[in-house]
Design a binder for this molecule. Structure first.
Ligand SMILES: [Zn+2]
Length: 684
């Protein structure tokens, strides 16, 4: 790539002696970027700029302690100066983040530098740079970010005018040779009284009594403009990042042009320039004094045709070409995983779903009751959506048939039949994605009609607490009766519960109604898993063959239902937990329930309101639990018909006979020892 700075470099390397003295050459700035600068670039590109190629303002810092670096970090994007780094000097800049590597490579670098330079020149011509000298040293960054690989290509430009040329009339000297200790003290105190924006460039005038008076650049230029005969008592001062004895730093190049632009009468004079080096605490003891004269061709660089810019940064090999940084090699692997996962999700917001609320998904606390085929599938889909908090409840252990269908388990988990699913699943999630907060709770769910649960207060309390502390409850146990208590407790705590259940080649995914505003009424609330059912769950161990105890399903059914359960949840929380059936979020319609049939690959989305006599979510049941908790639970666990009697279902059933209800569930053959269920329930 050919640049105007290459041309300028050739000119600069020509014979140094042209009759005016030694050609003055400036030590260029170098860029120094903290890794957190690039993380901010990633975040802004992903979350804010997206497909826009935005010119973004930046603030960089440099110092005068022998380091020609302009440093940038994540705070550089702040529009206000960081006063904590006020011991440094400010440089203002812009960055332009291109969308593709090709547009980064192919854009015209000469034109771009001219554009950067013209912007700077406008501030010089208007006098803005005199009022605020911190905009004298400027920089621009052309960049392309490969966000997937964490590789960044960038090219810094520190625009400056190629002309005119400046000459040293004599050898630069240490300022100590000229200034007394008392004058240094005056210089330091005057410097400290300046505003931070003024400290990089200012003026010093010797007074008749030998004292020094520090003044702003604007005041200094006023002095120059009114003092045609330069009397060798004025000094132009700039904070010099250079560490070279004969070469001042890059900021002086722009400063000299600014001075000449506004004080044309001094073009034949010699300027005394103090290159401020060191710090106020060291009293700038290493500062240098340069006597500088203009080229004899004083018009050069001031005519429109002569204006050319230099300033592209060379790379570490001294060649004019872009640099690149590969952060993936230095990034913590966990951070890299987090950024990469977020990237995939945030890209959805670029074009397809700009209103998608990813934060509400990431912050959701998800409780999965049942760590079987559906539970594993749901957990993995939740992780894909960026969910960070997942808790499993299950009392079972991993068995040999599980790993092929249940995606979080391996063969090793099955050996000795000694690994609990809940803890193994939680651990597997952490192995997949270390940043996840996953927990496994080994617990059996107390079930109606199971007398053994009568004294299980500890588990009931724990379940209630877990439901209360999560935002969404996925009910994916392998039996109907094990879903009753979590359904009732989810209603009690006003939590969104989503049921997924399987038949051989059919599935049901349903979100339970949530009453957020007013728990005293069930009006308009959507139905729960049990609302369409007119039989209470009971102990289904009795009189069932193996294929009846466990649902045998086509393998794809659980993946479909698990994925749908998560998608339903994500769609629903884009709006609100109690979104009405078929409301629309930014992701589309939010059905109440989804029933699918693989025999003909059909899917329907029925909606059913809550049933006032429901044995799980009706006010009667929830209130009875609240008011007579111990007696209520004793009755539920001891008497299979108690819930039906309580809600009046017994009476209802006496009126309607021979109604057949399809019941769907999820289980494997091995789970039959834990849970048993009826695939099809007929009411006698
Ligand atoms: Zn219900």
């Amino acid at each position: 790539m050919s640049t105007s700075s290459e041309t300028a470099n050739i000119i600069e390397n020509m014979d140094n002696l042209v009759g005016d003295g030694t050609l003055l050459r400036f030590q260029p700035f170098s860029s120094c970027l903290d890794p957190n600068f690039w993380f901010k670039v990633c975040q802004l590109k992903l979350d804010v700029d997206k497909l826009e190629e935005v010119h973004r303002s930046l603030i960089g810092y440099y110092d005068s302690k022998s380091s020609p670096f302009v440093s940038l970090d994540c705070s550089s994007f702040n529009q206000e100066v960081n006063y904590e780094t006020s011991s440094k000097y400010i440089a203002h800049g812009h960055c332009l983040n291109k969308n593709t590597i090709d547009s980064f490579k192919n854009c015209d670098k000469n034109e771009l530098l001219k554009e950067f330079g013209e912007r700077m020149l406008n501030d010089f011509r208007s006098g803005k740079a005199i009022e605020d000298p911190s905009i004298i040293p400027v920089f621009d960054i052309l960049m392309y970010s490969d966000l997937k690989k964490f590789i960044f290509y960038y090219w810094f430009a520190f625009p400056s005018l190629a002309n005119p040329k400046y000459y040293l009339t004599d050898t630069p000297t240490i300022l100590k040779n000229t200034f007394s200790a008392a004058q240094f003290d005056l210089l330091v105190s005057g410097f400290q009284n300046l505003n931070i924006n003024q400290r990089g460039f200012f003026g010093v005038v010797s007074t008749d009594d030998g004292n020094l008076k520090v003044m702003t650049l604007k005041q200094y230029i006023d002095v120059l403009q009114n003092n045609v005969e330069n009397d060798f008592t004025n000094y132009l001062v700039f904070a010099d990042p250079s560490d070279l004895l004969n070469n001042p730093g890059w900021p002086l190049r722009n400063l000299l042009y600014l001075i000449l632009l506004h004080c044309p009468s001094i073009r034949n004079s010699v300027l005394r320039v103090i290159a401020l080096r060191g710090s106020p605490t060291s009293k700038f003891s290493t500062s240098m004094l340069f006597n500088i004269k203009l080229s004899s061709n004083i018009e050069m660089g001031f005519q429109p045709d002569d204006i050319a810019f230099v300033g592209w940064e060379k790379n570490s090999k001294g060649i004019f070409c872009p640099k690149y940084v590969d952060l993936s090699k230095t990034m913590d692997s966990k951070k890299q995983a987090r950024e990469s996962v977020d990237l995939n999700l945030k890209l959805m917001k670029w074009r397809i779903a700009p209103d998608l609320n990813l934060d509400v998904i990431a912050q959701s606390k998800c409780l999965i009751i049942g760590a079987g085929t559906l539970g594993c599938c749901i957990a993995r889909n939740l992780m894909s959506w960026g969910v960070r908090n997942i808790t499993f409840i299950d009392s079972g252990k991993v068995s040999y048939s599980n790993p092929v269908r249940q995606s979080l388990y391996k063969h090793a988990h099955c050996i000795n039949a000694n690994t609990y699913k809940a803890t193994a699943a939680a651990e597997a999630l952490r192995e997949i994605y270390p940043e996840i907060n996953s927990k496994g709770v080994v617990m059996s769910i107390p079930m109606p009609g199971h007398a053994a649960n009568i004294d299980d207060h500890e588990n009931i309390n724990l379940l209630s607490e877990l439901i209360e502390n999560h935002d969404v409850i996925f009910l994916v146990t392998d039996s109907r009766e094990s879903r009753w208590l979590p359904t009732m407790l989810s209603t009690l705590h006003n939590k969104l519960a989503i049921t997924a259940a399987l038949g051989f080649d059919s599935y049901l995914v349903l979100r339970h109604g949530v009453v957020v505003q007013d728990v005293s009424t069930n009006e308009k609330k959507l139905g729960c898993y049990f609302c369409n059912d007119v039989t209470a769950p009971g102990n289904s161990l009795v009189d069932r063959t193996l294929d009846q105890q466990c649902t045998v399903t086509r393998p794809g059914v659980s993946s479909i239902a698990g994925a749908l359960a998560v998608e339903l949840f994500v769609s629903c929380i884009q709006l609100k937990y109690n979104a009405p059936a078929n409301a629309t979020s930014c992701l589309g319609v939010i059905p109440h329930s989804i029933r699918g049939f693989l025999c003909d690959f059909q899917q329907i989305m029925p909606c059913t309101p809550s049933f006032f006599q429901c044995i799980a979510c009706s006010l009667k049941v929830v209130n009875d639990f609240l008011n007579n908790r111990e007696e209520f639970l004793l009755n539920v666990f001891r008497n299979p018909n108690y819930l039906e009697d309580l809600t009046g279902l017994t009476d209802l059933k006496n009126k309607f006979e021979n109604i057949q209800i399809l019941e769907l569930n999820d289980s494997d053959v091995e789970d039959s020892e834990t849970y048993n269920d009826q695939t099809v329930t007929a009411i006698d």
